[in-house]
Design a protein around this ligand. Structure first.
Ligand SMILES: NC(=O)c1ccc[n+]([C@@H]2O[C@H](COP(=O)([O-])OP(=O)(O)OC[C@H]3O[C@@H](n4cnc5c(N)ncnc54)[C@H](O)[C@@H]3O)[C@@H](O)[C@H]2O)c1
Length: 438
């Protein structure tokens, strides 16, 4: 099937390449010329394991192409929208200007029957509103239907999650004839018996934000319990193991630490609250305000711990922050807790050295005033305090003895609860972790 993917960022580039891998003929369109040139040259402009191979393989077969010209999308009849929906400046709401721009540019170029399949995360009601917009823009004799197919991929597992998702959710308006087309798009997944859940537009839009709100709540729940563990002498990691054995609860997303960040969870829970408010249901989601503030508080607590460990002030002290990406195996620094604490410590006068295996380029762009080390060893050299802020395997597996020979003082805060505390203590380190009295 011929299809276009509008917006080729983390979501769109992955989706475009994976749809081509499944045998479709795909053109990816983006307004960012640099990004399109890289993708067309077989270079993935971000870190996503497995994607470079799929990109190059499908460029070679000719099934996948990239363009900045929307006219190249008009030959397809299925168009995925994967542009960004960031938090609006000065409010909690989602900014839909990129979604509007994509539709406004695409629809006047279309002739015949077309399907626009929204994948971006949007407030409930967006698809209905877009349908009115495209109806006004479509030329005579052209019909364009909007459906919503929210995306659940996790960065760093993007390829696997796109080719073998755990479910496919499709929102259609009453009387829609789009289901067979979508079944053809996802024929490979349907052959694997992956659940294909068809529902109304509003429910499909809500599924995505509800899922993210639940995950955010689970993380903030354990971080709130971590604070009580610290106050009472408990150990949140043992507690999480114990409650996680209950399969109604589950151990996933109960890793206490610096909390969530990235380009999705924080802005999605805020946009969910904002939309509920517009709908007159703001009380229903007021707990998400607390989820958000527990999450942001972990960053402040980490900075507070650093100050405490260094005798009340970080002024002039050498602090190493390990990690800049919002999570391991990603180079995404959007709303990254690691970069946030590195920035806060730097602004408080610390000499901060940051190291991340993949996110240095993005981190430098967002926070150019921090010092970036070229290697883990260089980052550790002379440190008076080390903070593990992103759970990269390279940091989890650090040798406490070897690291001890590089730093000035053997003092570490494990912001992700991933280090073997006994091993670090045995090597003479003073170690501190969120939610544990060590
Ligand atoms: N990143 C994820 O893991 C993920 C997962 C699920 C859902 N989502 C949702 O997907 C959407 C995109 O997220 P992302 O992380 O890929 O963002 P991103 O910033 O990486 O990519 C967005 C892309 O859209 C392009 N764009 C903006 N305006 C455009 C226009 N008018 N025409 C064509 N392209 C345009 C940008 O240049 C950029 O390349 C968001 O709604 C996000 O919430 C993301």
């Amino acid at each position: 099937m011929k299809m276009s993917v509008i917006g080729t960022g983390y979501l769109g580039a992955t989706h475009a390449a994976c749809m081509a891998e499944l045998g479709h003929e795909v053109v990816g369109v983006d307004v960012d010329e640099n990004k399109i040139n890289q993708l067309a040259d077989g270079v993935v402009p971000f870190h996503e394991p497995g994607l470079p191979e799929i990109l190059r393989r499908n460029l070679d077969t000719g099934r996948l192409s990239f363009s900045t010209d929307y006219a190249d999308a008009a030959g397809a009849h299925v168009h995925f929208i994967g542009v960004g929906t960031p938090q609006e400046r000065g409010s909690y709401a989602a900014d839909l200007k990129y979604v509007h721009a994509a539709v406004d540019t695409l629809v006047p170029l279309l002739e015949g029957e077309h399907l626009i399949v929204g994948k971006s995360t949007v407030p409930v009601g967006t698809a209905e509103e877009l349908q009115e917009r495209v109806d006004a823009l479509a030329g005579p004799g052209t019909t364009v239907e909007i459906v919503w197919n929210p995306e659940f991929l996790r960065e760093s597992h993007g390829v696997e999650d796109t080719i073998h998702p755990d479910r496919i959710v499709v929102g259609l308006r009453a009387g829609s004839a789009a289901e067979p087309i979508l079944r053809e798009v996802y024929a490979a997944q349907l052959a694997e018996d992956i659940p294909f859940l068809v529902m109304d537009l509003a429910t499909a839009e809500l599924v995505k934000v509800a899922a993210n709100a639940f995950l955010a709540t689970k993380i903030s729940f354990i971080n709130a319990v971590a604070e009580v563990c610290e106050a009472s002498g408990g150990d949140v990691t043992r507690l999480a193991d114990a409650i996680g054995h209950d399969d109604r609860i589950g151990r996933k997303f109960l890793g206490a630490g610096l909390g969530f960040g990235g380009g999705c969870l924080p802005k999605d829970i805020r946009a969910f609250m904002a939309r509920a408010g517009e709908l007159g249901a703001d009380q229903a989601l007021s707990f998400l305000r607390e989820v958000d503030s527990i999450n942001m508080r972990q960053r402040d607590r980490m900075v507070h711990f650093a100050k405490e460990d260094l005798g009340g002030s970080v002024m002039g002290r050498r602090v190493t922050v390990l990690g800049a990406a919002f999570k391991a195996n990603s180079d995404d620094v959007r709303d990254s807790p690691a970069l946030n604490i590195a920035g806060q410590l730097s602004l408080a006068g610390a000499a901060v050295s940051v190291y991340d295996p993949q996110a240095m380029g993005n981190a430098r762009r967002v926070f150019p005033t921090l010092d970036y080390a070229d290697s883990l060893d260089e980052a550790l050299a002379g440190a008076e305090l080390v903070i593990l802020a992103t759970e990269w395997p390279q940091f989890r597996e650090m040798d406490p003895v070897g690291c001890g020979q590089l730093v000035a003082v053997k003092r570490i805060i494990d912001g992700r609860n991933v280090l073997d505390v006994d091993a670090w203590q045995a090597a003479g380190w003073s170690i501190r972790a969120l939610g544990r009295s060590l």
